[in-house]
Design a protein around this ligand. Structure first.
Ligand code: HPA
Length: 271
């Protein structure tokens, strides 16, 4: 897995030798538009990078976009790996470690999620302050490559306090309401049952989704500072009178995409 990352970083470096990205970004369902805002771009298809799986879900493409955003050099993963596609959690390792090898010391994750707080309006944004891993898998299982990080990495403070504050300041400056909460990652691909949603709310989750946590674990393991934002595309199952669907996820993430883009760009500009 780390060998894939080393080779991928070499390929990217050969294609774009003058790039020095500082911030890695991963884009969630329907949020790919942020990559289109990247200026002075170099695009590398995942298909050209060893260990980079080609995503299969609508709303995701598979390419790495390098360039500047908010005046900062970024490397943006447009398309991610989901465990429900059948990948092991370790499949996220090459993607995130490649960002690290390219020089990124910060990782910004975005995702679409269901809200467990009934006052959350679909299309609103939530700053992730902590997570609960309910996927039953961990991307660091197996051999540990000490060159990247320790066998037993700590996960307190996974979502960097200073970056959280920068995100709050950016949102306040732009007048974008920003909720805060705990993100729970589930395996999917089913949406949850109403009973599960009630149970997860009691466990302390404010939002549920099917991504992000494996990437954050790998990013923290190799020493990147992490900030993460959920677009709340719906209320969790049973909290509203509706049947959940991926179309709805894409619809509401599309509505919130403009706010998310402005927020991330302002966040970067303040770094
Ligand atoms: N559950 C899980 N993942 C999701 C949801 C949800 O309600 N909405 C968007 N992604």
């Amino acid at each position: 897995m780390s060998e894939h990352a080393r080779k991928a970083a070499q390929i990217i470096h050969a294609r774009a030798p003058n790039r020095a990205p500082r911030c890695g970004i991963v884009l969630g369902s329907g949020l790919g538009g942020l990559a289109d805002r990247i200026e002075d771009r170099t695009v590398v298809e995942y298909a050209d990078l060893p260990g980079f799986p080609v995503p299969s879900v609508e709303g995701h493409v598979g390419r790495l976009v390098l360039g500047t955003l908010g005046g900062v050099e970024v490397a943006c993963l447009q398309g991610r790996v989901h465990l429900y596609e059948g990948h092991p959690a370790s499949a996220v390792v090459p993607l995130v470690r490649t960002l690290r090898l390219l020089g990124c010391d910060t990782f910004v994750a975005t995702n679409a999620a269901g809200a467990l707080d009934v006052d959350a309006t679909p299309g609103s944004l939530m700053l992730i302050v902590d997570h609960i891993n309910m996927q039953g898998q961990n991307p660091l299982v197996g051999h540990n490559d000490e060159a990247f990080g320790p066998r037993f990495p700590a996960m307190s403070g996974a979502y960097d306090g200073e970056l959280q504050q920068r995100m709050r300041d950016a949102a306040a400056h732009l007048g974008i309401p920003l909720r805060e909460g705990v993100y729970m990652a589930l395996l999917g691909p089913c949406f949850e049952t109403p009973a599960e949603i009630r149970a997860f709310a009691r466990l302390g989750a404010n939002a549920v989704g099917m991504s992000t946590v494996p990437e954050v674990i790998v990013a923290r393991h190799c020493g990147m500072r992490v900030a993460a934002i959920s677009v709340l595309t719906n209320l969790g199952a049973g909290l509203a009178d509706e049947v959940l669907s991926h179309d709805q996820t894409l619809h509401f993430s599309g509505l919130a995409a403009a706010d998310l883009q402005r927020l991330v760009i302002e966040f970067l500009a303040r770094s």
